[in-house]
Every structure is written in C-alpha cells, then in structure tokens.
Design a protein around this ligand. Structure first.
Ligand SMILES: Nc1nc2c(c(=O)[nH]1)N[C@H]1C(S)=C(S)[C@@H](COP(=O)(O)O)O[C@H]1N2
Ligand SMILES: [Mo]
Length: 317
C-alpha cells in the first residue's frame, strides 16, 4: 500500500481560537447576557468582539490539515443523512429538532472484562473532550469538512478491557419508532447497526463525537454520541449509539445486509472502486462549486493504510 497522501490530524484549537466555534445557541445566550449591562463584565471577551445585533451565523476560518476550509454550521446541520427520521437530507433537521438526547445511556459489553453502562454525562466527564476537524465523505459522492468534539473510541474500549477473543466491535443506534418516523419503514432492518474490526476501532482517528462547532445538542448529526471513522464512507459513522459490543465474529451491518455488492463491510474511501451505480473518483464538496478529486482513504492513508497490509481492497471493499 503506498502512502501518497500525507495527512496528520491537527486539533482545531491549534489552528483557530475557540471563539470561532461559538455555537448558535451559546452565541445567542451570550448575546443576551451581553445585552445586560450588569453582567457585561462576566462576559467572555470573544463575545464582545462579535457583532451584537447580527443574526448568529457561526462560521469558521479553520481548515483541515490539507487546507480545506470547514463547512458552515448551517450546512453541517441542515444537510444530513439520518434515515431514522427521513431520507430527505434537508428534512432531517426539522424532524430531529425535539429529539430527546438527555438522559442517554450506552451499554458497552460482551467480550470484555469490565462491562459497563455509561450515562452520557459520565462519558463527558471521564474523557477529555477534544476537537478534530475531519473530512466526511458520503458514499453518495458528496462531502463536508466538520469540526467535531468528542474523544477517541480507544479510550472507552480500553476502560472496559476487551478480552483476547474480541475481534470486532458492533454498534447499535437507539430504537424509538414513535419518535423516529423513518423507523416505521419496513425497508430497513432497524435498529441501524455498524461494525469495525477491533484494530480499526482502536486506531487513534476513530472518534466518538459528542458535538460539533462547540454545540452539544445537534440531534440531526447524531448527538449525544455518534461514531466518526473519517477514512470510511459516511454510513460507517453510525449516529445516536446506545450499544457497543465486542464480538468474535464479523457483525452484520444495516447497509451491507441490504446490498452487499454496493456496501462492503470495510467501505474504505477508494476512488478506484466505483459504486456499481456511480463513480467514486470525485466528490461534490458541499458549499463549493466544482467537484474535487476523492483521495484514497479520504486522505488519511498515512495513518490507516497499514491496517490493510496484505488485503486486496478491491475484493475486501
Ligand atoms: N443511525 C444512523 N447513522 C447514520 C446514518 C443513518 O441514516 N442512521 N447515515 C449515515 C450516512 S449515509 C452519513 S453520510 C452520515 C452523515 O452524517 P451527518 O448527517 O452528521 O453529516 O451519517 C451516517 N450515520
Ligand atoms: Mo452517506
């Protein structure tokens, strides 16, 4: 496997000061506070630098490590794939707006020494939340650059101590058909499930996101907790996780079960292997006019190509 594309994940905080991530909600809250003279002194300096009367529209000058600017908060939170709500990308935000993400628990178990059910607040307290700017490449050939917040999956897995029999990790999304209208559709086998090989799951790039742009409550993007595997097609990055299981056998996944010839278990981003119905050689970056070439492993080859040494990725797609 050749490593043509250099990339090193850079913490967004190293590039851009935190205030550019002021969320819409925090900004509005802060702006309200700023309007009150009595509390002005307690206000963060970053807020006073921002226009107090403009409509809050958080944008950022941050870029990923290849120099691609991050997408706007507006784009990231209004163009989503989340079939539990709807297959209409622009309809997810409205339908998910009141989805309850608190309280929330995640059960981590099976082939581990210390199975445990975590509350989302435990996870936020136990693991330092860091920022990661990652490209997200959907299998449908559109992409975005997203400033996530969260922590590496390996931190959580190490805490429960996988046994030597554990070879794969299986993830499951919440099942609440009364609140998620798409889960009434008989075409998909709910709940959404995904999987990784244990070494993929342990890679430092593999991330559990708890928010984006400094905003923890973005149900349309899969909060309170969703997986982000930036070198794989977006559907591997399962949202709203309630269960993580360490298992010995390769787990079934929702998309692979529907169309195994279109959606392989690995699904590493690969411009050389076309989807049976369209080319994967380039992608439409949301917010930009022209298409950009798709990079092997979505540009993360340096960190992950060795995971697949000796494997034919045209066969193990
Ligand atoms: N539970 C669940 N997770 C999911 C999906 C979904 O429909 N349900 N869609 C996937 C797909 S196809 C993509 S491209 C990404 C989109 O993430 P975003 O909406 O945060 O950009 O989420 C992935 N995770
Ligand atoms: Mo996707």
């Amino acid at each position: 496997m050749t490593n043509l594309y250099k990339s090193v994940p850079v913490r967004s905080s190293e590039i851009t000061p935190k205030q550019v991530y002021l969320s819409r909600r925090d900004f509005m809250k802060a702006a309200t506070v700023a309007a009150s003279a009595a509390l002005l002194a307690a206000c963060a300096p970053s807020v006073t630098e921002m226009p107090q009367n403009a409509a809050p529209a958080p944008t950022s000058t941050a870029t990923d490590e290849l120099g691609n600017p991050v997408n706007t908060y507006e784009d990231i939170t209004n163009y989503n794939n989340y079939y539990e709500f709807t297959t209409d990308k622009q309809g997810v935000a409205g339908l998910a707006k009141d989805f309850k993400t608190i309280p929330w628990t995640i059960e981590v178990g099976r082939l581990v020494n210390k199975p445990k059910t975590f509350g989302i607040d435990d996870l936020l307290k136990t693991f330092t939340q860091e920022e990661r700017i990652y490209r997200l490449r959907c299998v449908e050939a559109w992409s975005m650059v997203i400033p996530w917040e969260g922590f590496t999956l390996a931190n959580l897995l190490n805490m429960v101590e996988p046994t030597s029999e554990a070879k794969y990790v299986r993830f499951e999304t919440v099942y609440r058909p009364d609140e998620m209208p798409g889960q009434k559709s008989p075409f998909y086998s709910w709940p959404y499930q995904e999987g990784l090989r244990l070494d993929e799951a342990m890679n430092d790039l593999t991330f559990l996101a708890t928010g984006l742009y400094g905003e923890p409550n973005v149900p349309q993007n899969g909060t309170p907790i969703r997986l982000v595997v930036p070198w794989k097609y977006g559907f591997k990055s399962i949202k709203s996780i309630v269960k993580i299981e360490l298992v010995a056998e390769l787990p079934a996944t929702l998309w692979n079960a529907i169309a195994p010839n279109e959606y392989g278990f690995y699904s590493n981003v690969n411009p050389d292997v076309d989807h049976p119905r369209w080319s994967q050689a380039s992608e439409r970056r949301i917010g930009e006019l022209s298409r950009v070439p798709t990079l092997p492993f979505n540009g993360y080859g340096e960190q992950v190509a060795s995971l697949y040494d000796g494997m034919d990725l045209n066969v193990n797609y």
